[in-house]
Design a protein. Structure first.
Length: 207
């Protein structure tokens, strides 16, 4: 189970969260655009993936897509489903964080000759990051636990390994208890990292 955690749960979480964040930034910026051709697809994307269960999304991608001629193995199916789900939730977090930055920061960037893209990258996003860290950390912690759903499409992550071990022995309480303890330990470590990151970012805030 520990090997499955290192080779399955952690890589699945890391890959899905990284891809999801990149997608989330794009979706958030599209959602904020004044161009309806960008904002409405972003709104629909967020609505669909926040409004449907993750388990259903996994099932559609792994079991449903082959009917359209798109057959994916369990691991890529899980990464796609988790990444899209993370993107939908994180896009709203990032959008809210960007909107929390005073409009005067945009104006100040323009006065020193920055275009909008440069101002976003060098002025706005660094300030928005401090606001976004706590909710994004919660999304990451939720993702760690949600990876257990990948067992339903036969991804050999930690909970799937617990199921395999418990089936012949019947030691469900003991093995599932160990699985719960491993998930808790991972989430506890992430909570500590979140606290340190918040403190570090908070040092640069004017008081």
């Amino acid at each position: 189970m520990l090997v499955a955690t290192l080779k399955g749960t952690i890589p699945l979480t890391a890959a899905s969260f990284a891809i999801g964040l990149v997608l989330a930034l794009g979706v958030a910026l599209a959602r904020m655009s004044a161009n309806a051709a960008l904002s409405w697809p972003a709104r629909i994307f967020i609505s669909i993936f926040r409004g449907t269960p993750l388990l259903v999304q996994l099932a559609i991608i792994f079991f449903g897509m082959p009917q359209l001629g798109i057959k994916l193995s369990p691991w890529p199916s899980a990464v796609i489903a988790f990444s899209l789900n993370v993107a939908a939730y994180s896009a709203e977090i990032i959008r809210a964080a960007i909107l929390s930055v005073p409009k005067g920061q945009w104006e100040a960037a323009e006065t020193i000759g920055m275009n909008r893209a440069t101002a976003l990258r060098r002025i706005i996003l660094p300030q928005a990051l401090r606001v976004a860290v706590p909710p994004l950390s919660n999304t990451l912690i939720s993702l760690v636990k949600d990876t257990s759903l990948a067992s339903t499409i036969l991804v050999t992550e930690m909970f799937r390994q617990a199921q395999i071990a418990a089936a012949p022995s019947g030691d469900f309480l003991e093995l599932y208890g160990v699985a719960a303890a491993i998930y808790w330990a991972l989430c506890f470590i992430l909570s500590l990292v979140q606290g340190r990151l918040e403190n570090r970012l908070g040092r640069h805030v004017a008081r």
